[in-house]
Design a protein around this ligand. Structure first.
Ligand code: PLV
Length: 323
């Protein structure tokens, strides 16, 4: 059966390269089905549980994973319920409904919505579709690297930039890098202040649960990252970086100017590594990235996202003093 996701373009961006000071390639997951990379892993997982006999999918989500689950369920003919927290914007809730799924709003942040979804999913025939913490999800996201490898004709990227929420994308990217023997390609793991559970774990040397999610990048808002993400810090070169909401929103705004694509702040966190002046060069100068690392072909995963509209972007720009 045909995959639920598309192969997306990998484009060399002169404008992004000029901003970053090295050759930047953009992996445009914003043009993916459902406008976000999520469908790769979620689609793979949904298909598996349906093959195993599941008759109802239950997703807990900041929004995008729910949209991807709803899309997969509609395509595969299985009803879907998505539990989102109050912080999920109306544009995302509406998008889920358009995929014919039921939306339940529960709790303040994703972790609260997740507890509720686990309760619902305990009914017979129901399956819980976690937004980031499952090996099937990582396996599905790893397809990003297989595509990139073929699009680069096997040439190695200088680094891969990803946004980190609960760590599902990060785990999938590293799963892919390990599978193609690109064990020395560093991953730059980007988060925003107030949604920085991966950085907190790296600093503490163990998993940390944040007291609250205060960043506007709610889709990065998992209070605790997966154990797997933390374990991977011992296996693979990962540079954990935290940027402000202002830097993430500024990156969304500049990306819109440069490429005419509108993405949400969760994706802006990754783009900030390109759009914050000297960001990558500084990482090298500070020794966080090896100075011998050839930064040509830095791949930024433009993860996309539905939690954005022109109105929201203008509001955040005003609130953060960017306009
Ligand atoms: N969003 C999840 C978790 O939210 C969700 O439910 O949609 N970029 C975008 C646009 C995202 O939507 C997400 C995750 C991420 C990045 C981070 O991905 P992760 O969780 O796999 O690290 C609370």
């Amino acid at each position: 059966m045909a995959a639920l996701h598309y192969e997306t373009p990998l484009v060399e961006s002169d404008l992004a390269s000029q901003r970053a000071g090295c050759k930047v390639l953009l992996k445009l997951e914003n043009v993916q089905n459902t406008s976000v990379y999520k469908i790769r892993g979620i689609g793979h997982r949904c298909r598996k549980v349906i093959q195993e006999g599941c008759t109802h999918l239950v997703s807990s989500s900041g929004g995008n994973a729910g949209i991807a689950t709803a899309f997969a369920g509609r395509k595969l003919g299985v009803p879907v319920t998505v539990v989102v927290p109050e912080s999920t914007p109306e544009v995302m809730r509406e998008r889920i409904r358009k995929e014919k799924a039921d939306v339940i709003v529960h709790g303040k942040v994703w972790d609260d919505a997740n507890s509720k979804s686990l309760e619902l999913a305990s009914q017979p025939g129901y399956a819980h579709i976690h937004p980031f913490d499952h090996p099937d999800i990582w396996e599905g996201h790893a397809s990003l690297i297989y595509e990139i490898k073929s699009q680069l004709n096997g040439a190695k990227p200088g680094a891969v930039i990803v946004a980190v929420g609960g760590g599902g994308l990060l785990n999938g990217i590293i799963h892919g890098l390990q599978a193609v023997n690109w064990n020395d390609v560093p991953v730059i793991a980007m988060e925003t202040e107030g949604a920085d559970s991966f950085a907190a774990a790296c600093k503490a040397g163990k998993l940390v649960t944040l007291p609250d999610i205060t960043s506007i990048a709610k889709c990065l808002g998992a209070k605790t990252v997966t154990q797997k993400s933390f374990d991977l810090t011992k296996e693979h070169p990962i540079v954990s970086c935290v940027v402000s909401d202002k830097a993430a929103v500024n990156a969304c705004d500049k990306f819109l100017d440069d490429h005419h694509c509108l993405v949400e702040p969760a994706c802006g966190a990754a783009l900030a590594a390109i759009y914050e002046p000297h960001f990558l060069v500084d990482l090298q100068e500070k020794g966080r990235l090896s100075s011998s690392q050839n930064l040509d072909n830095v791949v930024c995963i433009v993860c996309g996202g539905n939690g954005i509209s022109i109105e929201l972007l203008l509001k955040w720009k005003r609130d953060l003093g960017l306009s």
